[in-house]
Design a binder for this molecule. Structure first.
Ligand code: ATP
Ligand code: MG
Length: 317
């Protein structure tokens, strides 16, 4: 049994004048997350991540398809109590303190007075919110501090599954690392984590598997290293040179099919289509006085997997 199962999820938002037009934010999205995984849900802005998460959290009904958590349809009562959720833009009561908010959440999950005091303290410590801030009102918190409080409330019920919508957003590098460690710690205690992000670095160090969504569709699914291999398999090579101007190099390699020159801090980089083009490009570069620094396969960034257009407008019908 998969812990999270999205099956054929489609969501159309009504838009425009009189809501006569619709935008398809999710388009037949299917994926499954297995127990104990840290699963990265990637995609550019507007790809549909938050929409899928809202359907999963039952904050929104899909136009078509189903979402299941721990074997239960998300519309079934009870399953939500086993899930922790951090919304994309957590909104809290501004005049509560961090401690009060987490205690309040603990109360909702049935903790008694003494137990919730201890529970809140343990959680705030776990998310590494500075103890001096525990009794300050949330309206005085920075985004990063609020994010930590949001994480603390997501963990209040000791969830088996945690769904986090951009948990690292608004955090500085130290904060990102702390949240990363926290997520890794959740996995160590057997919790399944599903989180959305568009920050590749955060995903690389954490995720067992990732799904990349583009325009509401599943574009890629698999282990990150497999996806990386797929992008690396282009066969293109880059030649790093020094000692010649970019303009002169661009002119010199013009006769080499598909070669492109870009400036680098130390010189220039010539990208060629295949290994067969390396000699010709290098010879051309040497003619204008360039010195070879390195030849290596082009490591395309995973960001290229992200690239997609916005959602498709559907015709009014
Ligand atoms: N309430 C809404 N009404 C109309 N369109 C919406 C609504 N919410 C989202 N959309 C559209 O659906 C698409 C998917 O949005 P969604 O918020 O799910 O993307 P996302 O992947 O979470 O993006 P981001 O990385 O910016 O958070 C976007 O094009 C967005 O404009
Ligand atoms: Mg979002």
């Amino acid at each position: 049994m998969s812990v999270i199962e999205l099956s054929g999820l489609t969501k159309d938002y009504p838009t425009g004048f009189l809501h006569l037009r619709r935008v398809r934010a999710l388009d037949g999205l299917s994926l499954a997350v297995e127990r104990g995984e840290i699963f990265g849900f990637l995609g550019g802005n507007g790809a549909g991540k938050t929409t899928a998460i809202k359907v999963l959290m039952r904050l929104m009904t899909p136009t078509a398809g189903t979402a299941r958590i721990l074997g239960h349809d998300v519309t079934e009562a009870g399953v939500r109590a086993r899930v922790g959720y951090l919304p994309e833009q957590p909104y809290f009561y501004d005049y509560l303190t961090a401690r009060e908010l987490v205690e309040y959440c603990a109360e909702l999950f049935g903790y008694g007075r003494a137990a919730r005091r201890a529970r809140a303290a343990a959680l705030l410590r776990r998310v590494e919110l500075d103890e001096a801030a525990w009794d300050r009102q949330l309206r005085k918190f920075s985004k990063g501090m609020l994010q930590r409080v949001g994480l603390a409330q997501a963990l209040v019920n000791d969830p088996e599954v945690v769904v986090l919508d951009e948990p690292m957003s608004g955090l500085d590098p130290i904060g990102r690392r702390q949240v990363r460690d926290l997520i890794a710690g959740l996995r160590a205690s057997g919790v399944t984590v599903f989180f959305s992000s568009h920050i590749i670095a955060d995903i690389e160090v954490l995720c067992d598997r990732v799904a990349i969504v583009q325009r509401g569709r599943l574009a890629h699914l698999g282990r990150l290293d497999e996806l990386r291999q797929r992008v690396d398999a282009s066969g293109r090579l880059e030649i790093t040179v020094a000692g010649a101007s970019v303009a002169a190099l661009a002119d010199a390699v013009r006769k080499v099919e598909g070669a492109r020159v870009t400036a680098t801090p130390a010189g220039a980089r010539i990208e060629v289509l295949t290994e067969q083009h390396v000699d010709a490009a290098l010879a051309a570069a040497r003619e204008c006085g360039a010195r070879l620094v390195a030849v290596q396969p082009v490591r395309q960034s995973l960001e290229e997997l992200f690239v997609g257009e916005g959602p498709r407008a559907l015709h009014a019908d």
